[in-house]
Write a protein of this length. Structure first.
Length: 437
C-alpha cells in the first residue's frame, strides 16, 4: 500500500472534498432554502434556469476543458463563480433588482460545469476498482458536511426578516472564495499515486480538436445514451424539494434547520451505499441490487410526499401556514423526517450514478468526459425543472413529472447493470474500446 502523502489518491480525494465543502456545499445550503433565501422564489428560479442552461453546455465540454488546461487553474476559476453568485444576492437585497442574480447564475453554470467535470474525474479515476464506492462516500460526506455547516448560517443568524440578510450571503461568499484558493493544493493527475502504488491512468489528447471529437463520440456510445434519463432526472427533483416543499411551507430559519437534516442524511446515504457498492458480491449483482433499492426508495418517498402535502395545506396561494421548528410542535417531526429521507435518496442516486460511470473505465481522461456528459445532461434536466417552476406550474403536475422521469430511467439503468463487467483494469486503449460496446 502506498503511504498517505500529498500525492496519494486518498489525500487528493480529501482535498477535492474540502474544495466542494466550501464551494458547491455552500451553494447547496443556500439553494436548498428555496429562492436563494428570498421570500419570492421567482428570481431564484430564473437564476437556476439560467445556471443549469449554461451548465448543460459546459458540463458536456467540462471534461475536455479540464484535460487541456489542467485541474488546478480550472477548479480555481470555476469555483470563484460560486462566490459571484452568492454575492449577487446582496445586490438583490439592496435594490430588489434580480437581473444581476440571473446573470450571475448563467456565469455560475459555466464554472460549475468545469468544476464538476474535474471533481468527477478525480473521484472515479483515482481509486482502485474495489475502492470506488468508498471514495465516493469520502467525497460525498465532506462535500455535504459543507452544506450542513452552511445550513447552520441562516439558522444561527435568526433574523426576523423573511429573507436571508446580507450578513448570511457575505458568510457564504467568504467561505467560497477560500475554497477556490484550495484548488492550488491539488496535484496534477500525472503525479498522483493510487493506494497500490500504481499511477493514475491518463491518455491525454494533444489538442482542442481532439478533445472535441472525443466528446462528440459520446453521443454514439450506447452506455452514455443509456445514462441519459438517469442523468436527466438526477437533479430534476431539487426544484420540487427546495421550492415547493422546503421554501413553501417553512419560515426562513426553519428552512436552514431542515437542511441540516437533509444534507446530513446525504452523508449517511453515501456511507450505506458505499458498503453495498464495494461489497464482496459480483459487480453486476451490486449494480442490480443498488438500482432496485433506489427505485423502491424513491417511489416510497414520493408517495409519502403526496400524503404530507395534505397536512401542509395550500401552496403559494397566500394562505398557507408556515411551519416553525421552534413552535410548530410534534407535527413538525414527520415533515422534517421525510425531508431528510429525500436527502438520503438523493445521495443514493448520485452514488450509484458515479459508481456506474466509474465501472466503464479507469482512465482519468476518459472518465472526465463521461462525467462531463453526465453533468451536462443532468443540468439540462435541472434547467427544465427550474424553468417550469419559474412559470408557476402547480405542485401536483411537478410531482407527477418527477415520478415519471425517475421511473423512465430505471429500465435503462438495468440495461447498464446487464452490461457491467467484473473489471475495467486493462490498458487505456482497451478500456475505451470496452466502454463503446
Amino acid at each position: 500500500m502506498a503511504k498517505i502523502s500529498y500525492r496519494s489518491s486518498f489525500f487528493q480525494i480529501i482535498m477535492v472534498g474540502f474544495i466542494c465543502f466550501c464551494v458547491p456545499g455552500m451553494f447547496n445550503a443556500l439553494n436548498a432554502m428555496g429562492g436563494g433565501g428570498q421570500v419570492d422564489a421567482t428570481t431564484g428560479s430564473k437564476a437556476n434556469t439560467a445556471l443549469y442552461t449554461t451548465f448543460s453546455v459546459f458540463g458536456l465540454l467540462g471534461g475536455g476543458i479540464v484535460n487541456i488546461l489542467g485541474i488546478r487553474v480550472t477548479m480555481f476559476f470555476s469555483a470563484l463563480t460560486y462566490a459571484l453568485y452568492s454575492g449577487s444576492y446582496i445586490y438583490l437585497n439592496d435594490t430588489g433588482i434580480g437581473s444581476f442574480t440571473i446573470a450571475a447564475g448563467a456565469i455560475l453554470g459555466i464554472g460549475a460545469g468545469v468544476l464538476w467535470a474535474g471533481q468527477g474525474m478525480i473521484m472515479t479515476s483515482y481509486p482502485l476498482e474495489h475502492e470506488k464506492g468508498n471514495y465516493i462516500f469520502i467525497f460525498w460526506s465532506i462535500f455535504n458536511l459543507g452544506a450542513v455547516i452552511g445550513s447552520i448560517i441562516p439558522t444561527a443568524i435568526n433574523s426576523p426578516d423573511p429573507s436571508l440578510p446580507n450578513s448570511g450571503y457575505i458568510a457564504f461568499l467568504v467561505i467560497e472564495v477560500f475554497g477556490s484558493c484550495l484548488a492550488f493544493a491539488l496535484a496534477p493527475p500525472s503525479t498522483v499515486v493510487r493506494s497500490d502504488g500504481s499511477a493514475v491512468i491518463i491518455s491525454k489528447q494533444d489538442n482542442v480538436f481532439g478533445e472535441f471529437v472525443e466528446i462528440i463520440k459520446l453521443f454514439a456510445n450506447p452506455k452514455m445514451l443509456s445514462l441519459f434519463f438517469l442523468s436527466f432526472s438526477s437533479n430534476y427533483f431539487y426544484t420540487y424539494q427546495f421550492n415547493l416543499y422546503n421554501s413553501a411551507h417553512y419560515t426562513v430559519n426553519s428552512r436552514g434547520f431542515n437542511n441540516i437534516f437533509y444534507w446530513g442524511s446525504q452523508m449517511i446515504g453515501a456511507y450505506v451505499y458505499s458498503l453495498l457498492l464495494d461489497s464482496k458480491r459480483s459487480r453486476k449483482s451490486r449494480a442490480y441490487i443498488a438500482t432496485t433499492s433506489v427505485f423502491i426508495l424513491f417511489n416510497a418517498i414520493w408517495v409519502w410526499t403526496i400524503f404530507q402535502h395534505r397536512n401542509f395545506g395550500p401552496v403559494r396561494d397566500g394562505t398557507e401556514h408556515l411551519y416553525n421548528f421552534r413552535i410548530t410542535g410534534s407535527k413538525y417531526a414527520g415533515s422534517v423526517i421525510l425531508y431528510a429521507l429525500m436527502g438520503f435518496c438523493d445521495s443514493a442516486w448520485q452514488s450509484l450514478a458515479y459508481w456506474l460511470i466509474g465501472s466503464f473505465s479507469n482512465d482519468s481522461t476518459i472518465l472526465s468526459r463521461y462525467v462531463g456528459f453526465y453533468k451536462g445532461v443532468q443540468s439540462a434536466g435541472a434547467a427544465v425543472s427550474w424553468g417550469i417552476d419559474s412559470a408557476h406550474v402547480k405542485p401536483t403536475p411537478q410531482l407527477i413529472i418527477n415520478m415519471v422521469f425517475l421511473n423512465v430511467a430505471i429500465p435503462f439503468m438495468y440495461y447498464i447493470c446487464s452490461k457491467t463487467t467484473e473489471t475495467s483494469e486493462v490498458n487505456p486503449k482497451l478500456a475505451y474500446e470496452e466502454s463503446e460496446v
